[in-house]
Design a binder for this molecule. Sequence first.
Ligand SMILES: [Zn+2]
Length: 286
Amino acid sequence: MRSIYNLLSSAVIAPLMFSACIGTTPQKSNDPSDLKTSPDAAENFSYCTIGDCTIINSALLRTNLQIPITVHHACKLPNQYAMTFDDAPSDNLPNILAILKAKQVKATIFVIGKKLSTPEKRALIKSAFQQGHQISNHSFTHPYLTQLSAADVKKEAIQTRDAILDIVGKDERALNGAHYLRPPYGLINDQVEQTLIAAGFETLRWNADRADWSLSEKDRDVVIARVKQQLDLIKASAGKSINPSMLDLNHDYSEVTTLALPTMIEMIKEKGYKFVTLRECLEAKS
Ligand SMILES: [Zn+2]
């Protein structure tokens, strides 16, 4: 049995008191209505975090972590790789954007609303949007949304959406990007999910996390090994009906991710993946 700590989120381990364990065998939800609500709930996908990989599905995450099954973890099409960067904008974002531009990769940038208060940071996000990246919502103050009232959850989401739209405009692409919200630390429950859906938001977590926040710039090879580990797991699972798409989690401030990024991108391309924005990942028609 592997600890639930390893499977939840990189940056939130200590404050949590989960005691359940998840086995390696995917299970179906205990609540049949969950599966009715989402036909994808029992679809298996690879799930790697902190160097620990397993095959899992949304119904199992629901059963063990109370994560609503409507929260996205993977893309719609098998060859899609959605690269995402949380906690933006940091001073390191220009370095990330330069690599993405050189490699012709479109990504999704999740911003923390309160960080958009200076002209420099606002200009950075505008530049990212103009490069074709998707700008999405990572709350206003990066709190544990599960510890807030419904009114405060809604406020966190709307303040950030409005801050994004104030910078990038309100065209359809901007509006779409700002309505996707990744809860800080991946922490979400039914009340938070229902509040966000009612307010017009759509939520996601990830299925590929190298825990870059916990690594130093000397750990470039660790990051690359963790990417390879997941690609190998997917390859080894071929024919076992898993969704092989990847929706990753990086941090825009991470020096080690910046150092590993060119090699990561080449490895992922060599496996036949197409880099997509979150919108393409979640709205693709099969
Ligand atoms: Zn975050």
